[in-house]
Write a protein that binds this ligand. Structure first.
Ligand code: AMP
Length: 113
């Protein structure tokens, strides 16, 4: 298994779980870009958002819910936050396992393309 996030899901690499259930793991980003920077990762390996339809409907719902649960747990649900998924080379995706960045804890600023 070469995938970094699969290894984190399998607990072969340590992480800081914020939310975990059957389908999803939400961890702290190792190089936070904002005061709060979390990553919501489906436990099933799919390369990017392009492949979201290959996740079960239950896993897709769980992924959406886990983002809100993690934001609530991190105390940023009311102040607001940004959710980003980078897709492929032009999207700046470094880890080819679908994940959502959850950024907040301070104003994240204008969206810069
Ligand atoms: P992306 O560029 O969208 O693929 O984002 C990959 C993210 O994974 C980056 O923000 C990295 O800081 C983060 N990352 C890389 N390795 C780890 C790790 N071991 N634990 C937590 N986050 C990581």
């Amino acid at each position: 298994m070469e995938c970094l996030f699969c290894k984190i899901v399998a607990k072969e690499i340590p992480s800081t779980p914020i939310v975990e259930n059957e389908h999803v793991l939400v961890i702290s980003d190792i190089r936070p870009k904002r005061k709060v920077h979390l990553l919501a990762v489906p436990k099933t390996h799919v390369e990017s958002w392009n492949d979201i339809s290959t996740l079960s409907p239950e896993a897709q719902v769980a992924l959406n819910s886990a983002i809100v649960d993690a934001a609530t747990k991190a105390g940023i649900a009311e102040s607001g936050y940004r959710v980003i998924s980078n897709i492929g080379p032009h999207g700046g995706q470094e880890v080819p396992h679908l994940h959502f960045h959850i950024l907040g804890g301070e104003p994240v600023g204008p969206m810069v393309a």
